[in-house]
Design a protein. Structure first.
Ligand code: GLU
Ligand code: MG
Length: 452
């Protein structure tokens, strides 16, 4: 669709839109929006809506400025619509959604997460690379009954009964995604009761992050219409499967996917190996951005397929990076891996910050020519500490507090984020750590279930 004002106006009128929601996702990964009425489109078309700059200084628990962010509740920023992201909301007809870039004093704001991702994409471009990606979301569907909020089913992985019980809501989610040109590829009930996974088509990095916002909004909105609560919270139930949001990545030069190289070690190109090595190198600090909640660290644990170890492997669901073999085995002549998956990502992650920082880490690996270690083909959780050490397999941070310290000491990520975004982000994360570190899971659920 043409994104000039007259076409947008016609499109909104044709769809009987009353309100246009202009969205952004903050440092705490809360999706927020102010909406304007269509009758005042002209006034808002170019400059969008204003928010206080303090919006980037709130922790996930409450709307109170964290002073260490360096942000005061003085000053205005503008969420300027990127009209190419406009969608009519199938689950809230009469409302439309457009994602914005944040501006301050007429310029792109240094604290805009979407701007940060755009910079990382531009840096990849300097290496002649395009990054394509997909977030693979798991989420819980919950209903209210006399016991409180409980899962919609009590089924296990890939249960067809789970499919039957949730068929109507899953179909409505799928239709709503399709109406926004988001292609659903696969669906299955996951291991937890009421837990489901819907995977969507990969896309270029910016669109992938935008689609992650649309995906979360759509799942929650459609679930609401069915009287259900949907939650992407990393760990809702202490002893049940966590919600991962694995990040699938591939590298391209123009039309060519450059992950595979029949002459490369393990059939993987040198560039891709260094990119993966960069991610593993920075992972202990990256986790402040990819698994950013105090609650996230309940999910990252051995034997739970959440990638608790800093290593990589073919089809290894316990390694932080898994390379899917897609039918042919790594030893066969027609082996051609197309992408890899980072498992230490969850739905508490702001997709722009997570993807932008992962790309930055990968590019650092290429720049420094980092070498990828040996692939791991066992469950590292079954090895002794000494055996793991021999194979160069580290454990990952066991708490947000831990990850924060790693980020504070990571100059590459600090530089990539820039001083303003770094200061605000780490202050928000520290406030979340201090505020929630002693909470029981039930208290975390009370705060976080509907945040993500
Ligand atoms: N639920 C697991 C996680 O927390 C992932 C299971 C899977 O491999 O899909 O990451
Ligand atoms: Mg899964």
């Amino acid at each position: 669709m043409q994104t000039d004002i007259s076409n947008i106006s016609k499109h909104l009128q044709k769809n009987n839109i009353k309100f246009v929601r202009v969205l952004f996702c903050d440092n705490a990964n809360i999706i927020r929006s102010k909406a304007f009425h269509v009758d005042v489109l002209t006034e808002h078309f170019d400059k969008g809506v204003s928010i206080t700059v303090a919006q980037q200084a709130f922790p996930v628990m409450y709307d109170v400025v964290v002073p260490e962010t360096g942000i005061a509740p003085v000053g205005e920023a503008w969420i300027v619509p990127d009209w190419s992201t406009l969608n009519v909301l199938p689950y809230a007809p009469t409302h439309a959604r457009v994602i914005g870039n944040i501006f301050k004093d007429g310029d792109p704001w240094s604290l805009c997460p979407r701007g940060f991702l755009k910079n990382a994409i531009a840096k990849a471009q300097d290496f002649g690379l395009q990054v394509k990606a997909a977030f693979e979301n798991e989420f819980y569907l919950l209903k209210s009954n006399s016991d409180g909020i409980v899962p919609t089913d009590d089924t296990v992985f890939a249960s067809t009964l789970g499919m039957d019980i949730n068929c109507a809501v899953i179909n409505d989610i799928t239709d709503a995604l399709a109406a926004q040109s988001i292609q659903v590829e696969r669906y299955h009930p996951e291991s937890g009761p009421g837990q489901h996974e819907i995977s969507i088509r990969y896309s270029d990095a910016l669109q992938t992050a935008d689609r992650q916002i649309a995906f979360r909004e759509t799942v929650r909105g459609v679930a609401l219409k069915h009287g259900l609560t949907a939650s992407f919270m990393p760990k809702v139930f202490e002893n049940k499967a966590g919600n991962g949001c694995h990040l699938h990545l591939s590298l391209w030069k123009g039309e060519e996917n450059i992950i595979s190289d029949p002459d490369g070690i393990d059939g993987i190109s040198k560039t891709a190996r260094s990119f993966m090595a960069g991610i593993l190198e920075h992972l202990p600090a990256l986790m402040t951005l990819t698994t950013p909640s105090v609650n996230s660290y309940r999910r990252i644990s051995p034997h739970s397929w959440s990638g608790a170890f800093r290593c990589w492997g073919f089809d290894n669901r316990e390694a932080a990076i898994r390379v899917p073999t897609s039918f042919a085995s790594p030893s066969s002549s027609n082996f051609s891996p197309s992408h890899f998956e980072l498992k230490t990502v969850d739905g508490a992650a702001n997709p722009y910050l997570a993807l932008g920082s992962v790309i930055s880490a990968g590019l650092d690996g290429i720049k420094r020519g980092l070498k990828l270690g040996k692939q791991v083909s066992v469950d590292p959780g079954h090895l002794s500490e000494t055996e793991r050490e021999k194979l160069g397999i580290d454990s990952l941070p066991i708490s947000l507090g831990n990850a924060n310290v790693n980020l504070i000491n990571n100059n590459m990520l600090k530089n990539a984020l820039g001083p303003d975004l770094f200061q605000a982000l780490i202050a928000v994360r520290q406030a979340e750590w201090e505020g929630m570190k002693n909470m029981r899971i039930e208290e975390e659920v009370k705060i976080l279930l509907s945040r993500y």
